[in-house]
Write a protein that binds this ligand. Structure first.
Ligand SMILES: [Zn+2]
Length: 417
């Protein structure tokens, strides 16, 4: 195994060594490594991706992790900046923290780990009068700093927490949105949160919901960035073990299925809401703690791969072009699971930061949607399924000229004029 990859043989939440493999994926490159031509050779390495289930707390996690510096050294993903729905939902979420969970205190201080380009805490400082600090390991911290959002460049852990506490004091809120699943050492992370939070402070984190991933076949979530697939049952036990208490859980529509978890130090001011047990009961009813729970996902991938290939193969045989729309870590998961890499002539993306780059491993060029007219592909496969309707409505001209869009989720569907 290359040194850029490290196997994990204990549970990231409860440290148990009793782990069982529930699913295997094809070896994948780092999914979001879209690189300029001179660096494209760096994306050729692929890493195993197996999903393990802890037999003690039933947490799901990857069998290992890629050196995080490789993932975050040239990082492009700005979900809240490129998805207006997510940005809008973040506003209500920030308001909920400040209006309902701050006990009407003044001079509030919020720290966010994995703050990306700072969009969430910027809303808090501009509209809710909260002093903020972001912690962001990727190059995106530069964008935040440029926009006057106080941000330090690094990973959040117990060490970082100590330094922040010395310099700024303790925080009223600690936020981690779509970050906790990317953390290598969740135990060290939560020890840092505990150190940094005031006794009446709130830790809130939003992450993709592993129950929704299974239920809706959201396979774009199986990547080397998401090291854990969280759901409430193991998290409740985890917080309890580390002197914290999960007091509210909300299932939210972000990314087609996320959970927002609110925790406090034990003895904190917030009442434990019924939502915690309700969500956990639903999870148990659904069989989240069953070894065979991923079998439906395996079947889904097999069926979808066949459907896609039955459509794509004759087109390729005739020498016509297939393009794909959407470039992200999820798009890489799709193209490897559906074995599409060698069939796609070019990738289309609206995000100009990605245009001109080459995809990981297959080095397929990423172009602007303007190129569709010139290149006239026979069909365009949508690798950003959650944005499919938006993509189709913006590209009606292509359909009018005889083009076809291919939806790969939730159903396989060919869209023509
Ligand atoms: Zn465990």
């Amino acid at each position: 195994m290359p040194s850029n990859y490290h196997s994990v043989n204990s549970c990231k939440l409860c440290s148990s060594k009793n782990l069982k493999k529930v699913m295997s994926f094809p070896k994948l490159p780092i999914g979001d490594k879209y690189m300029p031509k001179d660096k494209a050779a760096l994306t050729k390495e692929v890493f195993e991706l197996d999903i393990l289930m802890c037999q003690d707390c039933h947490h799901y996690q990857n069998s290992g992790f890629v050196n995080p510096d490789l993932i975050y050294s040239f990082y492009l993903s700005r979900p809240a900046a490129t998805n207006p729905n997510l940005a809008e939902a973040f506003k209500d979420y920030a308001k909920h923290l400040v209006k309902n969970l701050s006990n009407n205190k003044k001079n509030l201080f919020a720290v966010e780990a994995g703050s990306n380009n700072g969009i969430f805490i910027d809303y808090m400082q501009k509209n809710l009068d909260v002093k903020v600090l972001g912690v962001e390991p990727s190059n995106l911290y530069e964008q935040a700093v440029k926009n006057n959002i106080n941000t330090i460049n690094g990973y959040f852990n117990k060490e970082t927490a100590k330094k922040i506490k010395e310099k700024h004091g303790q925080a009223d809120f600690f936020i981690a949105n779509h970050t906790f699943s990317n953390v290598v050492d969740n135990i060290d992370f939560v020890e840092g949160v505990k150190l940094l939070l005031k006794d009446d402070g709130v830790f809130s984190m939003q992450t993709h919901y592993h129950k929704a991933v299974i239920e809706k076949n959201l396979i774009e979530n199986f990547t080397h960035e998401h090291l854990s697939g969280f759901y409430a049952k193991p998290l409740k036990k985890f917080f309890d073990k580390h002197g914290m208490e999960l007091f509210d859980v909300k299932v939210v529509p972000a990314k087609s299925g996320s959970i927002r978890c609110f925790a406090q130090k034990k003895g904190g001011p917030n009442k434990v809401l019924k939502s915690v047990d309700q969500v956990i009961n639903d999870e148990i009813k659904f069989g989240m703690d069953k070894l065979e729970r991923h079998d439906s996902v395996k079947e889904f991938i097999k069926k979808r791969k066949n459907e896609i290939h039955n459509f794509v193969s004759p087109i390729i045989k005739e020498g016509k072009k297939i393009a794909a729309y959407g470039t992200s870590t999820g798009a890489t998961t799709f193209s490897f699971n559906y074995d599409l890499g060698s069939s796609i002539s070019f990738l289309i993306d609206d995000d100009e930061f990605r245009q001109g780059l080459l995809s990981p491993f297959y080095n397929i060029p990423v172009v602007s949607p303007k190129k569709i007219k010139e290149e006239k592909p026979e069909a365009i496969i949508i690798l950003a399924p959650l944005y499919a309707d938006n993509i189709i409505s913006k590209n009606q001209d292509y359909l009018s000229q005889g083009g076809k869009f291919v939806k790969i989720w939730p159903e396989f569907e060919i869209i023509t004029k």
